[in-house]
Design a binder for this molecule. Structure first.
Ligand code: SOE
Length: 393
């Protein structure tokens, strides 16, 4: 096939920058894409750091000001991998400049910013310019399979959603300060960083929407050693003895009622000792149940209540058969995928939607919906009350 090029620029170069870089490189190698992504530019304020990532992943040029990126005619798509405080400004300007946008989650730091982004995406779509928010876990084959099973009615009417995102990289009270612990930059803590994923996943798998929440948030350790340069998850401190104030939640928990009447229990924490990236979802319906844990990401547990009681029980589906979503492009059954494949699948779906002239999902409107849930959880925790989402709009 004679593919047209899609010029890509990535803003940011840290953890997510690496995850996205490998995806832009890998997607065209494993999937038959309708457009050919060209890694035209990587952009970061620190030219040396951005240059190092450019060399490693094959970005053709380095920019230090994202506004310069928007001026370039060879850039068709801007991939935003910066902390949340810059998402809205960059995304709105990029969409107005006619560039497609992929934006890391959570969509923004506030509902007001997310609304501006969703509006900009809506009007850009009428000009054929597309926007997507990066809830990559949707693209784990076992998770996509869970959605298919719910849609096909295999678990009946959903009654319960139990969702947890458990990490432990802050258990050490001397783990260094990072932008993820600064409200100005990250918007919120565990709630926005990882709680956003379980809100999106629960709504995606059930096809339902959270209608009200009652929340609790807590900051266990209120100051931390100032970080060394480029500290990221579990990075090192500067050793100066100086401490900085943690201005976000360390953990959040909330109950939810879905529009359908199903009940949800959600928990996001960076203090679950021993749990590294345990994103878990269990859905109980009138005909069956599903359970997923990202620490065992290639499998999905399915209980089919129509099975004979004597031989029934939760079965473990290894979601690595060629009929499972995305897998046919990869390895033989049982050979498994990893964290990075979700990012690759995200590129595949985005590029395909752009070529088809279709709106990709999750959309900025989906990202705004998640933002409203996060915001309602914080307000409900502050007011010690249960909040209907409609009232927060
Ligand atoms: C850090 O908690 C983090 O990297 C999140 O920011 C990502 O979205 C998640 O994929 C893994 O954990």
């Amino acid at each position: 096939m004679n593919q047209r090029d899609l010029g890509v620029a990535m803003i940011g170069y840290s953890f997510m920058g690496a995850a996205h870089s490998q995806a832009w490189r890998t997607a065209p190698a494993f999937f038959d894409l309708p457009l050919h992504p060209r890694l035209r530019a990587i952009c970061g304020r620190d030219a040396d750091a951005a240059g190092a990532v450019a060399g490693r992943f094959g970005w053709e040029s380095v920019e230090t000001d994202w506004r310069e990126v928007l001026e370039r005619d060879d850039i068709d798509l801007v991939d935003i991998c910066t902390p949340g405080d810059t998402h809205a400004e960059i995304a709105v300007a990029a969409l107005e400049a006619g560039k497609h946008v992929l934006c890391e989650k959570p969509l923004a730091n506030t509902v007001a910013e997310a609304e501006k982004m969703a509006d900009a995406a809506h009007s850009a779509a009428s000009r054929g310019v597309r926007a997507m928010v990066g809830f990559t876990y949707r693209r784990t084959p076992a998770v996509a399979l869970a959605r298919q099973l719910v849609e096909a009615g295999r678990i009946g009417t959903v009654r319960h959603v139990r969702a947890q995102y458990l990490q432990d990289w802050l258990v050490d009270e001397d783990a260094p300060m990072s932008w993820r612990l600064d409200r100005e930059r990250a918007g919120s803590g565990a709630l926005g960083d990882i709680g956003a994923h379980i809100v999106d996943m629960a709504q995606y798998v059930t096809g339902d929407r959270i209608a009200s929440v009652g929340g609790l948030v807590e900051t266990f350790v209120t100051s931390r050693p100032v970080a060394g340069e480029h500290a990221t998850l579990g990075g090192s401190s500067s050793g100066s003895g100086e401490r900085a104030t943690v201005s976000v939640d360390d953990a959040a928990a909330f109950t939810a009622r879905f529009a359908s009447g199903a009940l949800g229990v959600f928990e996001a924490t960076r203090y679950a000792t021993g749990r590294k990236n345990a994103l878990r979802l269990e859905v109980n319906g009138t005909r069956g149940s599903l359970a997923f844990d990202f620490e065992d990401m290639n499998s999905l547990e399915f209980f089919d209540a129509t099975d004979d009681a004597g031989t029934g029980g939760f079965r473990r589906i290894l979601a690595t058969e060629s009929e499972h979503p995305y897998i046919a492009a990869w390895w033989p059954p049982g050979h498994g995928l990893g964290y990075e494949h979700g990012f690759t699948h995200q590129v595949v779906d985005l590029v395909t939607a752009i070529a088809d002239g279709a709106d990709p999902t999750p959309s900025f409107a989906d990202g705004l919906g998640v933002q409203r849930v996060l915001d309602a959880v914080e307000s409900s925790a502050a007011d010690r009350t249960v909040l209907d989402l409609e009232e927060t709009r």
